[in-house]
Design a protein around this ligand. Structure first.
Ligand SMILES: [Ca+2]
Length: 469
């Protein structure tokens, strides 16, 4: 939780972080023992290579049980299970039940070669059950991994003629495929929405005016939220909010905005395509589990690296490059605020006027992870209440979001009232929306924060917009 009163704190965050020591027990939701899981996974691999399938499977199962949150353990288990059951995976075509098999002609998944015939594997039912349970555990965290496991389970059930099990999984598989598609950003729902080049789902923000900024009462409410949610309430100052004024009706042309913050999965695609710089964690200000402090470089918190979590530790130029690759651009500060707030009222938060620490991933006063259950970033779109009137998710909390504007405390006083964007060069770019490490006042849709464009921080990410035709 860092605050504008201490801009230098970007690199040396506040002493209050000390209050969060002890909060890291929540670090890996569903991951009881990451270190133990890693050790068992390595052991599983060794045993597998030594040809000791049963012991390898037991080790892999143990690894998965110790850390259900990370898909790679479930994947490794599924792969070892599959390999152990069909040792001749080199065989060009897996054989179906009843077909003749031998050392070079292997049976399909879920079958076993016995007396030179493929027969149903006696443990096929158990395997289906285990895969299904793993898929269930992954459903919300990593829907595409869940789909993969379910497909595997369906394959096993089908091959082993477990027709009841196969039948009962049809619905699950259908739902998992839909969830995976949605997760990958394939537009579903509104057929009129354009698809962006990166596949990210967009929401539409029509042309028109909205209330930008805060009036005097709004500034007071900002101060109040600060006092309610900041770890050091006595430090809250009205001056942190004055830059939100004066409130004005501002016209913004139609545009589309990413429904979610850009995820690590999407950002990695851009890196692989050669259009984005790899994320530099070595120069990023990172929350350290061990000390509860931020440090430049070091080990990112494991959640920060998860595929469906927001891409953070990106500079303003990184974010801009990504949006350009995706045929989009960074939102202007005004576009961002309108997308978060809607045009009907001057609400304080995307969901309405009332603060609720349960609606978003933010830096809880009593320690990270105590209310929102995430120490650092959370999966995008994880909080169903955290939705703006236009359907954009996580406009409050999770990651701060870069916008295209240069920051100026006094910009609102003199800015144009039609499609404003501050292009007057200054030392900082505008950030919006608060983050997993910030107090509730940062999550107010009118709150204006800023950072040097080259800054990398594990609480700063972005999303892009597309101009309406
Ligand atoms: Ca956000």
């Amino acid at each position: 939780m860092r605050h504008p009163a201490t801009q230098a704190a970007w690199c040396a965050p506040l002493a209050l972080a000390a209050l969060f020591v002890g909060a890291h027990a929540h670090a890996q939701e569903g991951c009881r023992d990451l270190l133990g899981a890693e050790q068992m996974a390595a052991r599983c691999l060794e045993l597998k290579q030594a040809g000791q399938c049963d012991r390898a499977l037991a080790a892999c199962q143990e690894a998965q049980a110790r850390c259900e949150a990370l898909p790679r353990f479930a994947r490794q288990l599924a792969a070892v299970q599959s390999d152990c059951d069909t040792p001749d995976t080199e065989a060009p075509d897996a054989l179906a039940q009843g077909q003749r098999c031998d050392a070079t002609r292997a049976c399909a998944t879920g079958l076993l070669c016995a007396s030179r015939r493929c027969v149903a594997h006696p443990q096929a039912g158990q395997k289906v059950k285990a895969l299904r349970e793993s898929a269930r555990a992954l459903a919300s965290l990593s829907p595409c991994d869940a789909r993969e496991l379910l497909e595997l389970a369906c394959g096993v059930a089908h091959q082993a003629s477990l027709s009841d099990a196969a039948q009962s999984m049809r619905q699950d598989l259908h739902a998992a495929r839909a969830a995976c598609r949605a997760y990958n950003g394939v537009a579903c729902g509104d057929p009129d929405l354009p698809r962006s080049r990166d596949g990210a789902e967009l929401v539409s923000v029509p042309a028109g005016v909205f209330f930008r900024g805060s009036d005097k009462a709004g500034l007071e409410r900002g101060l109040e939220t600060c006092r309610e949610t900041y770890t050091a309430p006595a430090e809250c100052e009205l001056s942190w909010f004055r830059r939100e004024g004066p409130r004005k009706e501002v016209f913004v042309s139609a545009f589309y905005i990413d429904k979610h913050e850009v995820t690590n999965t999407l950002y990695d695609r851009c890196v692989k395509a050669g259009a984005c710089q790899p994320t530099r964690y070595d120069t990023c200000s990172l929350f350290q589990k061990s000390s509860g402090q931020w440090k430049v470089g070091g080990q990112p918190h494991p959640d920060v690296l998860k595929p469906n979590h927001p891409a953070v530790c990106v500079t303003w130029a990184d974010a801009s490059a990504y949006c350009a690759w995706a045929g989009k651009r960074l939102p202007t500060e005004a576009e961002w605020e309108k997308a978060a707030r809607g045009s009907k009222d001057a609400r304080e938060f995307p969901w309405g006027d009332r603060w609720s620490g349960l609606n978003l991933n933010w830096g809880e006063r009593s320690g990270f992870g105590t209310v929102d259950r995430y120490v650092t970033t959370s999966p995008v779109g994880h909080y169903p209440q955290n939705v703006s009137p236009y359907g954009a998710m996580d406009m409050s909390g999770n990651a701060w979001e870069w916008t295209s504007d240069y920051h100026s405390d006094t910009y609102y006083a003199a800015s144009p009232l039609r499609d404003p964007v501050n292009t007057q060069v200054s030392t900082h770019r505008v950030l919006r929306g608060g983050s997993w490490s910030f107090a509730g006042n940062g999550a107010r849709v009118a709150y204006r924060y800023f950072a040097e464009p080259n800054n990398r921080d594990d609480a700063v990410g972005f999303r892009c917009v597309l101009d309406a035709p």
